[in-house]
Ligand binder design. Structure first.
Ligand code: BG6
Length: 464
């Protein structure tokens, strides 16, 4: 990280305090920040470096993965310059430019930790900052309120930054076990050679959350579970599970293979919506702060998707996610076809969070005199080992470092975002057109009972 200037627009916002500063602190403690790495915080409020440091301390103590060390934190604060500025006022960028030049700040990475409506004005302002367009920009979802707004935003950003310099964060791509899927899949002949329709019965991707919408009602009510979780995080996982093997696991190769899967999703007009999607809303959602009193936004979504290509023809991919459920648990469950009626299906589970690990169910002869076949399991818990837990960086730590090192496979690409967004929009429209209901569910429950109809009335797979 030589001589880099990492500038955060929105340096006094939630994302910066909760995620970015704790991640930078962890990188500092792990000695991953070069001596010359400098941090510029841009915010409207009045702070000095010292007073900003005081504020940052509370959040770092609360949210950083690694234990608080006063000396490491002080070193982090020494890297920070706080610049008070109204980033919506174009004329202020001239002063920013002079300030950067006087301080010898160059090799820019700009993090837009602000609402997407501010992206174009910041990009335009940066036109007045020398060498800014040679830098990189990191942006986050929500990327716009709807697809056409997102296209416009992207267009505005691309006017200024080349596509290869725009890094779209999907923090699921920084999770240890999401990153592990390709290793499990492609580095083990026992999985690699059976990873297809001949041997796999179905795949389930479950992302259950205990939290509700908390203070984000305004954003969430515009978004809903489909846009908040499915179209980005869960489609990333789906496409890594289903993609063909990329030539390399870095660079753009993976994106292309993931994009191919999105293109192969069965077109929405060929789907019977009743057998494809179930949406729900938890009771009490409409009373949440900043949520419309008559909101029909879904806080739960279950889908049955099909991928029309030779590897996956007719293999259902089930996805479900919801808020205010009875547990926080994210797993990918791959159920293999049963080769013998006396045996149970082999099941491979990739546990993403909160436990991280791999679980495999397979058949053996019952110990003793009996020839009965019984199912048994191997359960590898990666996160149970203290050393693994301590040494596993959090998603934002990984992603900040990946942006610095130009590791583009750790980020989503605009064409992936656009293609999944289009697909999810079509699904939602078809659901509304078919006049299917938004089912109520009890907070603290397993979600919408009716979603089991997607599985032909079967239960969702037991999570390990
Ligand atoms: C965010 C969503 O992208 O991901 C949130 O906006 C959701 O609604 C969160 O709670 C889940 O992330 P994680 O890392 O807690 O699984």
């Amino acid at each position: 990280m030589n001589g880099l200037t990492f500038t955060i627009f929105g340096g006094t916002g939630d994302l910066t305090f909760r995620k970015l500063l704790p991640a930078l602190y962890n990188l500092q403690v792990s000695n991953k920040l070069d001596r010359t790495f400098r941090i510029v915080i841009i915010g409207r409020r009045k702070y000095t470096r010292e007073s900003y440091g005081e504020k940052a301390k509370e959040w770092v103590m609360k949210y950083a993965r690694l234990a608080f060390q006063e000396s490491a934190f002080d070193e982090l604060v020494q890297r920070i310059q706080y610049v008070q500025m109204d980033f919506t006022a174009l004329q202020e960028y001239n002063s920013l430019n002079i300030w950067y030049q006087q301080g010898g700040y160059e090799n820019h990475i700009f993090y837009f930790a602000v609402a997407p409506r501010f992206f174009p004005i910041i990009a335009q302002g940066l036109e007045n900052v020398e060498h800014a367009c040679e830098g990189k920009v990191i942006v986050e979802k929500p990327f716009g309120e709807n697809l056409s707004a997102a296209r416009l935003l992207n267009h505005d950003l691309e006017r200024f930054f080349p596509d290869s310099h725009i890094f779209h964060i999907d923090h699921y791509l920084g999770k240890e076990m999401v990153r592990n899927i390709q290793a499990v899949r492609f580095m083990n002949p026992i999985f690699k050679n059976v990873w297809n329709r001949e041997f796999i019965e179905h795949v389930q991707i479950s992302a259950m959350e205990e939290v509700g919408v908390e203070s984000r009602g305004g954003y969430y009510d515009q978004s809903g579970a489909l846009k908040d979780m499915v179209q980005n995080h869960l489609f990333q996982i789906l496409t890594i599970i289903a993609m063909e093997q990329p030539e390399r696991f870095f660079g753009d190769d993976m994106h292309q293979k993931q994009l191919d899967v999105l293109h192969d999703l069965r077109p929405v007009d060929k789907l019977d919506m009743k057998k494809t999607m179930v949406l729900g809303q938890y009771r009490g959602y409409r009373k949440e702060e900043k949520v419309q009193a008559d909101s029909t936004t879904e806080t739960y979504a279950a889908l049955r998707l099909l991928i029309d290509n030779p590897r996956w023809q007719d293999v259902p991919f089930y996805i479900r996610t919801g808020k205010k459920l009875n547990r926080r648990e994210m797993e990918v469950i791959i159920t293999f076809k049963n080769v013998n009626p006396e045996a149970q299906a082999n099941v491979l589970i990739i546990k993403i969070q909160p436990k991280e690990g791999i679980y495999l169910q397979f058949n053996i002869k019952k110990p003793g005199d009996s020839d009965e076949i019984i199912a048994t399991r191997m359960d590898f818990c990666q996160s149970c080992l203290e050393s693994n837990r301590i040494n596993t960086p959090e998603a934002y730590e990984r992603l900040l470092l990946a942006a610095v090192n130009n590791e583009v496979s750790w980020f989503s690409k605009w064409d992936q975002i656009e293609t999944s967004w289009q697909y999810i929009n079509r699904m939602k429209e078809a659901y509304q057109k078919a006049k299917l209901p938004i089912y109520d569910y009890e907070p603290g429950s397993d979600g919408v009972e009716f979603s089991k109809t997607l599985l032909g009335g079967q239960d969702w797979a037991e999570l390990a």
